[in-house]
Design a protein around this ligand. Structure first.
Ligand SMILES: [Mn+2]
Length: 323
């Protein structure tokens, strides 16, 4: 492996990378997803980024569990489970991401469940507005749309709601848990692109339709092939917009990534997942990556495989190539 030859358009130094390890699972009900960052790091990911891809890594050396932020009591709020815990963690994470991004670094966040994207994306959105006066685009690779509002969600798990909060489709009143999200931390629904969808709640389908959100489901991947889907996705975003890639490992078929909390059959192959990451890297517009929902405690026999798939996606997004 060698350092990438792609010149990043929106970063200060092409090899400066801020790494944040987030051991947080409170956006859903299954324990274990908090162990993913350590599993990814122990499998050699950070060393590969450093030694092979030549990144200069800024990492505080800890997996953040944010125990000090956990509220004593956390009753449901608007049907949301653990709203204060998720709010406190994402608000803190937003600051951590912002601190890296405002220095012009690439930000890699290893989760954790997908609720943490409220923190990561709000952090890069704010930093890019301040540094370059630009709105960011988000490519959300996932089996699920994660765009339920508290009111449309059946489960009340916040990992199914981050996109609703980030786009402003869901807001919280002053003094309520998610009141901290400000306008300059949000993203436009017009600059959001989904890839890999196949398990969408009825309320979510309505939201996607009504807001004209660009979404490539597995049907589109089957029809056009992943190459054409990426051309269309990146064409929609345009070449002059910073991209935050939020990658849920459950976008991959459980054949390749079985150890995840809400696995859905009929997903992307390992190569299709890597290809998405490679294509986004090649644009030079990628400014941040989240890798979430790896849960090494589920499907014990598939944990190593799932961790390996996650590492591969991160490497591809950071410039690893086959040749
Ligand atoms: Mn997700």
């Amino acid at each position: 492996m060698d350092a990438s030859t792609i010149q990043p358009k929106f970063l200060k130094n092409h090899n400066d990378l801020g790494l944040i390890a987030v051991g947080f699972s409170g956006g859903q009900c299954k324990p274990g997803v908090d162990a993913a960052p350590m599993a990814l790091i122990e499998s050699g990911l950070v060393d590969q980024l450093k030694d092979d891809l030549k990144y200069n890594i800024h990492y505080d050396g800890q997996v953040h569990a944010y125990a000090e932020l956990m509220p004593k009591e956390d009753p449901d709020h608007r049907n949301m489970k653990k709203p204060r815990a998720v709010s406190a963690v994402t608000q803190q994470l937003s600051k951590q991401v912002y601190e890296h991004a405002k220095e012009g670094r690439f930000v890699l966040t290893l989760g954790g469940d997908h609720s943490i994207a409220i923190g990561t994306i709000s952090g890069t959105a704010k930093a890019m507005r301040e540094r370059l006066g630009r709105e960011i685009a988000v490519i959300w690779v996932d089996a699920h749309a994660d765009i339920n509002t508290p009111e449309t969600s059946d489960s009340g798990n916040i990992h199914g709601m981050p996109v609703a909060f980030l786009t402003g489709l869901a807001t919280d009143k002053p003094d309520a848990p998610f009141a901290w999200l400000e306008e300059n931390q949000r993203i436009s629904a017009k600059k959001l692109v989904y890839i890999g969808l196949r398990d969408i709640d009825r309320g979510e389908k309505k939201i996607l339709r009504e807001h004209g959100i660009k979404a490539f489901s597995m049907h589109d991947v089957d029809r056009h092939g992943i190459g054409k889907v990426m051309d269309m996705a990146l064409g929609w975003i345009g070449s002059d917009t910073p991209i935050h890639l939020s990658f849920d490992i459950d976008a991959l078929d459980p054949m390749w990534a079985p150890s995840t909390g809400t696995a859905v059959r009929g997903g992307l192959t390992l190569r299709e997942g890597d290809f998405i990451a490679e294509c986004v890297h090649e644009t030079g517009s990628l400014i941040a990556l989240d890798l979430v929902e790896v849960n090494p405690s589920l499907e014990a026999h598939g944990a190593a495989e799932t961790v390996r798939a996650g590492c591969s996606i991160v490497r591809c997004a950071l410039g690893d190539t086959l040749l």
